[in-house]
Design a protein around this ligand. Structure first.
Ligand SMILES: Cc1cc2nc3c(=O)[nH]c(=O)nc-3n(C[C@H](O)[C@H](O)[C@H](O)COP(=O)(O)O)c2cc1C
Length: 285
C-alpha cells in the first residue's frame, strides 16, 4: 500500500505546525480521497470515516473559529477523523488515523495530530457529522514552511517532542520486571523500535509491551498517566496504543513477520493500578 518503506516513513514523520498558507493541490487531494475510500477500516472494524476540511478564507480569519489559531499556522486543509462509538473504537481510531498520517507523510505532506487544540463544534459542522458521531482528532495536511515557527518550537519543547522513553521503560520479557533488550528481541527489535518512535498525546508514550517468547506473543498494555486527559470526552491514551499497534503491525508486515491481533489477556498481576491490558499480537508459525 505504501511505495516507500514504512520504517523510513515512521522515522521521517514529525508533528508539523507551520504551513505555507496554500490549499492542497488537486493531485494530493485526490490521492488522499482515494486512500480514505480504501483504508478506513482498522483491526477492530470500520467505525470511522475521514473527511477533508478546507478553510475557505484567504486571510486567516477562519483560523480563530476552528480553534487551531496559535498552535497551527497557515494550514488551509485538514483531515478530520469522524468516529462512531463502538467496542475498542479508540484503539481502532488511533491505528487507522496514524496509518493515514504515514500515507500523508509519503505524499510529502506535513501533519500534526490535534486532540485538544481545535474547536470540535466548528469542525463537526464542516464535516457534516451525524447523530452519534464525534471528531476526536483532526490534523492539518499541507506544505510545511522550511522552518518551524517559534510557537512550534515552544510547543515541541514543552511536550519534549524529541525525547522518547528508553527501551527498558517500555518493553519487557515474560513479566513486568525483566526488560527486553534489543538484542533479545531479535527480529522484533525493529517493530518495537518503531513503536517507541511513535507520536502520542503530549508525548506521554503510555504503552508497555510484554513479550511471551514461548507462545510467540506480544501483549500490549496502556500505562495511563495519572490525572491526564480527564477533561476529554474520549480515551486519548487508548488512541495512543492504537498508534503503537499500527507501527508494530505495519513494520512486522514489511519484515515479513506475519501474525494477528488476538484478545488473550495473560492475566499477569499489573504493577500499577492505572495500567490496563489492551490486546496481543500473536506470530503465525
Ligand atoms: C492523540 C494525540 C493528540 C495530540 N494532540 C495535540 C494537540 O492537541 N496539539 C498539539 O500541538 N499536538 C498534539 N499532539 C502531538 C504530540 O504532542 C506529538 O506527537 C508528540 O509531542 C511527539 O512529537 P512528534 O509528533 O513531533 O514526534 C497529539 C498527538 C497525539 C498522538
Amino acid at each position: 500500500m505504501f511505495s516507500q518503506s514504512v520504517v523510513e516513513l515512521i522515522k521521517k514523520r514529525s508533528s508539523w505546525r507551520t504551513y505555507d498558507g496554500k490549499p492542497l493541490v488537486d493531485e494530493d487531494r485526490e490521492q488522499l480521497q482515494q486512500y480514505f475510500a480504501a483504508n478506513s477500516d482498522g483491526p477492530f472494524g470500520t467505525n470511522m470515516r475521514f473527511k477533508l476540511i478546507d478553510r475557505m478564507d484567504e486571510d486567516g480569519s477562519e483560523e480563530e473559529k476552528l480553534g487551531t489559531y496559535g498552535f497551527i499556522k497557515g494550514a488551509r486543509t485538514f483531515v478530520a477523523g469522524v468516529n462512531k462509538e463502538a467496542e475498542k473504537d479508540m484503539e481502532n481510531y488511533g491505528y487507522v488515523f496514524e496509518k493515514m498520517v504515514l500515507f500523508a507523510t509519503e505524499l510529502g505532506l506535513g501533519t500534526c495530530w490535534l486532540g485538544g487544540t481545535f474547536t470540535r463544534s466548528s469542525f463537526g459542522k464542516k464535516a457534516g457529522i451525524k447523530e452519534g458521531e464525534t471528531i476526536p482528532v483532526v490534523t492539518p495536511v499541507g506544505y510545511g514552511e522550511a522552518k518551524r515557527s517559534i510557537r512550534d518550537h515552544v510547543v515541541r519543547l514543552a511536550a519534549g517532542s524529541k525525547n522518547r522513553k528508553p527501551w527498558e521503560k517500555l518493553f519487557f520479557d515474560g513479566n513486568f520486571d525483566t526488560p527486553l533488550t534489543e538484542k533479545e528481541a531479535g527480529t522484533f527489535a525493529t517493530p518495537l523500535e518503531m513503536v517507541r518512535l511513535g507520536p502520542s498525546a503530549s508525548n506521554k508514550q503510555p504503552w508497555i509491551i510484554v513479550r511471551d517468547k514461548n507462545h510467540g506473543m506480544f501483549h500490549f498494555y496502556v500505562n495511563r498517566t495519572r490525572g491526564y486527559a480527564k477533561m476529554l470526552s474520549f480515551d486519548i491514551q487508548k488512541m495512543d496504543v492504537g498508534i503503537a499497534m499500527c507501527h508494530f503491525e505495519l513494520t512486522a508486515n514489511e519484515l515479513n513477520l506475519s501474525g494477528q491481533w488476538i484478545d488473550n489477556n495473560p492475566g499477569m498481576p499489573l504493577p500499577q493500578s492505572q495500567m490496563e491490558y489492551v490486546i496481543s499480537w500473536a506470530a503465525k508459525e
